[in-house]
Design a binder for this molecule. Sequence first.
Ligand code: ZN
Length: 570
Amino acid sequence: MARHLITSAIPYINGIKHLGNLVGSQLPADLFARYQRGRGHEVLYLCATDEHGTPAELAAAKAGKPVAEYCAEMHETQAEIARGFRLSFDHFGRSSSPQNHKLTQAFAARLDTAGLIEERVETQIYSRADGRYLPDRYIEGTCPNCGFESARGDQCDNCTKQLDPVDLIEPRSVISGSTDLEPRETKHLYLRQSKMRGELSDWIDSKSDWPVLTTSIARKWLNDGDGLQDRGITRDLDWGIPVKKGDADWPGMEGKVFYVWFDAPIEYIACAQEWVDAGKGTDWERWWRTDKGADDVRYTQFMGKDNVPFHTLSFPATILGSGEPWKLVDYIKSFNYLNYDGGQFSTSRGRGVFMDQALEVLPADYWRWWLLSHAPESSDAEFTWENFQQSVNKDLADVLGNFVSRVTKFCRSKFGEEVPAGGEHGDRETALIADLERRLRAYEGHMDAIEVRKAAAELRGIWVAGNEYLQDAAPWATFKTDPEAAAMQIRLALNLIRFYAVLSAPFIPDASAQLMDAMNTEDDAWPGDVAGALSVLPVGHGFSVPDVTFRKITDDEREDWQARFAGTRG
Ligand SMILES: [Zn+2]
């Protein structure tokens, strides 16, 4: 039995995510976790909300709530939606947890001891009215280049010129609108990533099995320009993890917090502690400490391509720099972007389908199947309602759903609701089993390699093979001349339903559970050989005819949804 530690990039607390976010990390991570559990391996699948930073503070202010309260509520909202999508986290933690506070402070102390932290004094804009320093994005003013009046402190959206807040004419606070701003000196901690460039470079070079999408992004950051840059790890904010050196105060850093990018990935580890503290597990160190049993763990991370630099460089710099035996990632699966119907998803314009809305429209399996079978792996992908309708109606309703319905209803009408006796396999069954054997091993290969689209295509092929067999064997016709042969064909087909339920569970867990229930079995063992797997339900075994497994999407529905989620185009 292998051991798999799996994490998906932790979603920011601010707002509900869209389907592109879902398929870029959590959903494929869930697929992989369910598959590895199905194969009988030991899995720890962790995710959490990323709760610190200015956007959370501002969203809370907008909602008229204290930030801690806002985050607690949004965490519960995101957890509820995750349950709706059947994301099978072993724990869904919070980066604001006491465990993460302690661990982040401990990492900072270790890095400081290792000579990898530097204090630097810099000048930042302070707002007297707001009583705080303002990050670049929270300062607006007139662009010195084009005269645009709402240029941000880091960039002008009108002429795209990169800016420094001090360049702006008549700068003002985005929070209060106050123009009572002044540059002030403030001290911050920097992680000296540049000192670790060689070590990180060697580590990346050792990952010859990683996708080029992942390693090329890492190498670009390592080598472009002056090479890997040191990064600030602290901020002048209230909401966050207080800057401390382990348990001790950090002189000169009073009132400051760690920058969200530093503490968020550490939550992957803290989340395992939360999992234990929540009474769901007993030993987190055997997953994370190579000196305490994590040597045989395979650690896989899932994320969108925009998160790759943090996971290939910054977080490994924290781990390697600590000098402690923490588990490093073994494989990073990164994704391109999912676009929406000829454009991009847009939160501000309400364009595209967001996770809560998706579940109001259709159950999770419909979305899981489309998203995973169209995952943006080798390039960006696009959601269109036509494609969604076609995929659901064909793959799920016509192929899988129809197979189940025909087989169970025919059996009930001719043989009753139990697996019928009689007949023996012939050439057609032997050929089917050989075909399924080949396809099953291919499916496993794609799932092991996390080739999500290829795995979905192979699974669809496995469903199609059963349908073609049924069409070809035509038990409804056979029954008239040779009832024993028809019984054998239906016995095989009923076993195929269980076989499908087991193989399909990582993609469509609810349908899988429904089919297992209808087949009246709890034997969900992953098939060794196909012939064996197709004789699990013995003669005389009772079953029931399930309700419709997947319904079709009508043209009217498709048009309604298309209009409903089109957003207000700017
Ligand atoms: Zn401009």
